[in-house]
Design a protein around this ligand. Structure first.
Ligand SMILES: [Zn+2]
Length: 433
């Protein structure tokens, strides 16, 4: 056998996975009953279909066993208060590089559940912890002594935005240092490295950079140069966005980062929004009712935000509603909470955690509090500016769960985002005058 052929055989066997025989079943019309279909399904069973059916059965159990459940707000609030007042267990040392994330997830969950739920003492402790990571006021890493990282910097700024400038903490931020650091991460293709030297480049980094820069009022043409083109090149044939350019697999998290960034840049009209809306719609299955993050993946509560907010942003830009918000609410209320353990979970039978508690609540808040832009003719502002700067001009549905209204681009309560960004806008205008 020539060398090239033996190499090909090796690749087929070892790199392309298990080869399955093709199964062809021809079913006659008169045999199209449930039993025949089930036996065919059994024949084509794989690990993926088994896992899917198990999850579906668990969801159906929830749908059968509960009657019109409501969000158990006091119970979930207890979960957050508990974690704010206790040391983390040793097994959570794996999250040592995610300290600002934990602050943001917990504080934001509390704000979504209860507008006044964060005490001054907790706000002070959050600010203290964030500035212990970077006493010079940013940029921020995941913990003391760690390299600054775009993701932890984003989480630290979001956590501070929830603290109402307690003790003047917003004025301790070093905008110049944060801006120069962001610029140092800028790549020639318009993307950002997540971390100096060793960081990866994808749509997450772009979103973290733009979200922070727009909130702090440090967006410049230099910072934004080439970003739109990079993001546009990440939309793939499916309609969603991959992390990287040119046909990377579409994924809910990367798609949110791309669409939220394009929204901040007021450049949504440069992408194929119909294809993206269709992709969002395909992430929701009539059977489980919640969203999955990629084709052929299992339903997961956190995509209530990543896909739900993407759909909301598309709606702002004139697209028709592309997901079923009523079905999503059912998935969250039936399948993402348990009467045994407080906190929100990704699917029935899994444990609640900080991350899912935040993003499931954000998903529910977005589904219940649709935000409409009612910008005035000729005010010369982008929809994004209007929403951040004038929350009163946005109208909301009443939330049956009485959740705080959320800005889908930033994942923060509308009012807190407004107060934070207004603070820095005023600061900028008083410096330049
Ligand atoms: Zn998840």
């Amino acid at each position: 056998m020539p060398n090239s052929l033996s190499r090909l055989k090796f690749i087929n066997k070892n790199l392309l996975g298990r080869k399955r025989p093709t199964i062809i079943s021809v079913v006659k019309d008169e045999e199209k009953d449930q039993e025949t279909i089930m036996s065919i399904m059994k024949e084509v069973e794989t690990d993926t279909t088994i896992a899917y059916n198990e999850v579906l059965e668990k969801c159906n159990e929830q749908y059968r066993s509960k009657v019109n459940p409501v969000l158990n707000k006091d119970f979930h609030q207890m979960y957050i208060e508990g974690w704010f007042s206790h040391d983390l267990p040793p097994q959570m040392s794996a999250l040592d590089a995610s300290q600002p994330w934990m602050l943001y997830w917990l504080a934001n969950s509390m704000k979504v559940l209860n507008k006044n739920g964060l005490t001054d003492e907790i706000k002070e402790r959050i600010a203290e912890k964030v500035f212990a990571i970077s006493p010079q006021g940013g940029p921020f890493g995941g913990g003391v002594g760690q390299l600054p990282h775009l993701a932890s910097n984003y989480a630290a700024i979001n956590a501070l935005a929830l603290c109402d400038n307690i003790g003047g903490c917003w004025d301790k931020l070093n905008l110049k240092a944060i801006y120069e650091w962001l610029m140092s991460l800028k790549q020639v293709d318009g993307c950002f490295k997540t971390c100096s030297g060793i960081g990866e480049t994808d749509t997450r980094g772009v979103y973290c950079a733009l979200s922070v820069a727009s909130m702090l009022g440090i967006m410049t043409p230099e910072l934004c140069e080439g970003v739109e083109d990079f993001l546009i090149s990440c939309q793939n044939y499916e309609g969603g966005f991959g992390g990287c350019a040119h046909e990377d697999e579409a994924h809910g998290g990367y798609t949110f980062c791309a669409i939220a960034s394009l929204s901040i840049l007021a450049a949504i009209d440069r992408i194929d929004t119909s294809k993206l809306a269709l992709w969002c719609s395909q992430r929701q299955d009539n059977a489980e009712k919640g969203f999955c993050g990629r084709s052929n993946k299992l339903v997961d509560g956190c995509y209530s935000f990543w896909i739900g907010s993407t759909a909301s942003i598309l709606e702002w830009h004139g697209c028709a509603e592309c997901v079923n918000k009523e079905a999503l609410k059912e998935y969250i209320l039936y399948c993402c909470q348990s009467s045994k353990r407080p906190g929100l979970q990704d699917k029935p039978g899994t444990n609640p955690d900080f991350y899912h508690t935040n993003y499931v609540l954000l998903g529910l808040a977005i589904a219940e509090n649709a935000v409409f832009i009612t910008s005035k003719e000729g005010d010369n502002k982008s929809k994004e500016q209007v929403l951040i700067e004038e929350p009163s001009s946005a109208t909301h549905f009443n939330s049956p769960s009485c959740l705080t209204a959320i800005n889908p681009i930033y994942g923060l309560p509308v009012e807190e985002l407004f107060n934070f960004s207004t603070h820095f806008r005023h600061k900028k205008s008083s410096c330049s005058s």
